[in-house]
Design a protein around this ligand. Structure first.
Ligand SMILES: C[S@@+](CC[C@H](N)C(=O)[O-])C[C@H]1O[C@@H](n2cnc3c(N)ncnc32)[C@H](O)[C@@H]1O
Length: 207
C-alpha cells in the first residue's frame, strides 16, 4: 500500500499527461531534459530523483531560484548552471542538447504568432534527433464559440483570462513544418466553462 503523501513525494504535482508519458516509457532515465518555462519545477520532482540530466529555464528569476533549490535538494550532482533565467525565444543551450523538451502551460503566453513561432523554433532547435517535444497549451479546440478574438492570435477565455490560442490545424501544420511526427494524437481536455488545454507531443526524426 502507498502511504498518504508518498505519491506526491515521488512525483510532485506532475502534469497528468506528462505522467502518462512516463507510464508508457516514452520518458526514460538518462535522458537529457529541458523544462522550458519551469515555474516552481512541479514537473521535475520525479525526473530529478531518477537520474535524468535536468536543465530548466524560466524568464522569472524567482521561478528559476525555486527550481534550482529543488534540484539542489533532490539531485545535488546537477550543475547549478543548468538552471537559467532566460526566455524560450532566446535559449543559450546549443543545438540538439536535449532528448526531452517539456513545455507545460507556457506557450499560450505568446504575444502574437511571431512570438509563438520563435518559442517553438527555439525549443525544436535544442531538441536532439529522436528526441521528444512535450507541450501542454491552451487551445480553442472545442470551445470555438466561447472565446472572443482580441487579434494577433490572442483570445478572451470563459475563465476570464486572455491567452494565445492554437487550433488543431495550426498544430498539424506546425508539426509538418518542423519535420516532426505526432507521438500521440492531439488530446484536449475541456475544463467545463473555463478553458481547453491541449497536449501536443512531437517526435523528432532520427536525422
Ligand atoms: C503557468 S506557469 C507554468 C509553470 C510550469 N511549467 C508548470 O507546468 O507548472 C508559466 C511559466 O512560464 C514562464 N514563462 C512565460 N513566458 C515565458 C517565456 N517567453 N520565456 C520563459 N518563461 C516564460 C512564466 O514565468 C511562468 O513561470
Amino acid at each position: 500500500m502507498t502511504a498518504p503523501g508518498e505519491l506526491t513525494d515521488e512525483f510532485g504535482r506532475i502534469d497528468i499527461y506528462l505522467f502518462d508519458q512516463l507510464l508508457r516509457e516514452h520518458v526514460k532515465p538518462g535522458m537529457r531534459v529541458l523544462d522550458a518555462g519551469c515555474g516552481h519545477g512541479r514537473n521535475l520532482v520525479y525526473l530529478l530523483q531518477h537520474g535524468f540530466d535536468v536543465s530548466a529555464v524560466d524568464r522569472s528569476p524567482e521561478a528559476v531560484a525555486k527550481t534550482a533549490a529543488l534540484a539542489a535538494r533532490l539531485a545535488p550532482e546537477l550543475p547549478p548552471t543548468q538552471f537559467r533565467i532566460e526566455t524560450l525565444e532566446s535559449l543559450s543551450f546549443p543545438d540538439a542538447s536535449f532528448d526531452l523538451v517539456v513545455c507545460s502551460a507556457v506557450l499560450h503566453f505568446a504575444e502574437d504568432p511571431a512570438h509563438f513561432n520563435a518559442m517553438v523554433t527555439e525549443l525544436w532547435r535544442v531538441l536532439a534527433p529522436a528526441g521528444l517535444f512535450f507541450a501542454r497549451l491552451a487551445s480553442s479546440i472545442g470551445i470555438e464559440t466561447q472565446v472572443v478574438s482580441l487579434g494577433s492570435g490572442r483570445y478572451h477565455l470563459p475563465d476570464g483570462s486572455d491567452r494565445y490560442l492554437v487550433d488543431e490545424s495550426q498544430l498539424l501544420t506546425l508539426t509538418e513544418r518542423l519535420g516532426g511526427a505526432l507521438a500521440d494524437p492531439i488530446k484536449t481536455t475541456n475544463v467545463q466553462g473555463q478553458r481547453c488545454m491541449t497536449t501536443w507531443v512531437v517526435k523528432r526524426p532520427r536525422g
